[in-house]
Ligand binder design. Structure first.
Ligand code: HSE
Length: 290
């Protein structure tokens, strides 16, 4: 059996929506698989070279986990070609795309006939939270909660430009989660959740200036992570009057700015001159998902 799949990357949190709000974007992991005598992962993209080419590949390991879940010991060997336009360890959900690729590999090779809800449940259980896997799977903006089951809502996210500001350095999610507090007081939790609640309402109404304003007020993660993403505060100052708002994308270090609809490329290039070590890319929302 031959098959191909294309999975969009995602940004998550969008300020105060920690581990629960995500948005699919138009950078992709593409995987093509065909049956072979041995397992072989071929990385077409330079950034993926150096990743394991055999059964220690992350995508294979996810497929094996899925096979085990369904009581299957062996997955028929395949040659798998993987290409990715998603920068790794930059807060753009690259590992969520690889998780979904592994689930789809098992689904196709073992003819599991998994539906969207099955894939979402498996991917969220593996990742621990739905904010990257849900938008990559379903497309668009997904707000989700996971505890034994995934409860989620998909919302339109339109009439705004998304500018990803991607630094050269990587930041592992594990390190970016280690700086977070173990607990928040009741008073801080109430305050933090009210900021998140109004952020969700702002997305529902596509009120981007309100969402941008609330991004500054997040109490869940950005106050702790900003020391790992030094350009975040500099960007906040520089872009203050120019965009609706900006946030640390996922666990960072990418920062995403929400700007006026059809923000001209020439303006973005001009802004980039002030932060030349970062790549500035205008991204689109992917509404299709995997
Ligand atoms: N919501 C997650 C975080 C995304 O901010 O740590 C990375 O898994």
């Amino acid at each position: 059996m031959n098959f191909a799949v294309k999975i969009p990357c995602s940004t998550s949190n969008l300020g105060a929506g920690f581990d629960s709000i995500g948005l699919a974007l138009n950078l992709y992991l593409e995987m093509e698989a065909k049956k072979s005598d041995v397992w072989e992962f071929i990385s077409i993209t330079e950034t993926l070279q150096g990743l394991p080419s055999g059964k220690d590949n992350f995508i294979y390991q996810i497929a094996e986990k899925v096979a085990k879940k369904y009581g299957i010991g062996q997955i028929p060997p395949c040659q798998v070609k993987v290409k990715s336009g998603i920068p790794l360890a930059r807060g753009l959900g690259s590992s969520a795309t690889a998780t979904l690729a592994g689930i789809e590999l098992a689904n196709q090779l073992l003819d599991l006939q998994l539906g969207i809800e099955d894939k979402l449940a498996i991917a969220t259980t593996i990742e621990g939270h739905p904010d990257n896997v849900a938008p990559s799977l379903l497309g668009g903006c997904v707000i989700g909660h996971y505890q034994q089951e995934v409860n989620y809502v998909q919302l339109p996210f339109e009439n705004v430009s998304l500018i990803a500001i991607i630094p050269e350095y990587e930041l592992k999610t594990k390190a970016a989660r280690e700086v977070l507090p173990q607990e928040l007081s009741f008073q801080t939790s109430v305050h933090a959740s009210s900021i998140a609640n109004v952020s969700v309402a702002a997305i529902c109404q596509q009120n981007w200036s309100l969402l941008g304003n609330l991004m500054k007020k997040d109490l869940f993660h950005q106050p702790y992570r900003k020391k790992l993403v030094p350009h975040f505060e500099q960007l906040q100052t520089f872009l203050e009057e120019k965009v609706y708002g900006l946030f640390i994308s996922g666990a960072g270090p990418t920062v995403i700015a929400l700007a006026e609809k059809n923000c001209p490329e020439s303006k973005i290039a001009e802004w980039q001159n002030n932060f030349p070590t970062c790549q500035w890319i205008k991204l689109q929302v992917d509404t299709n998902g995997m």
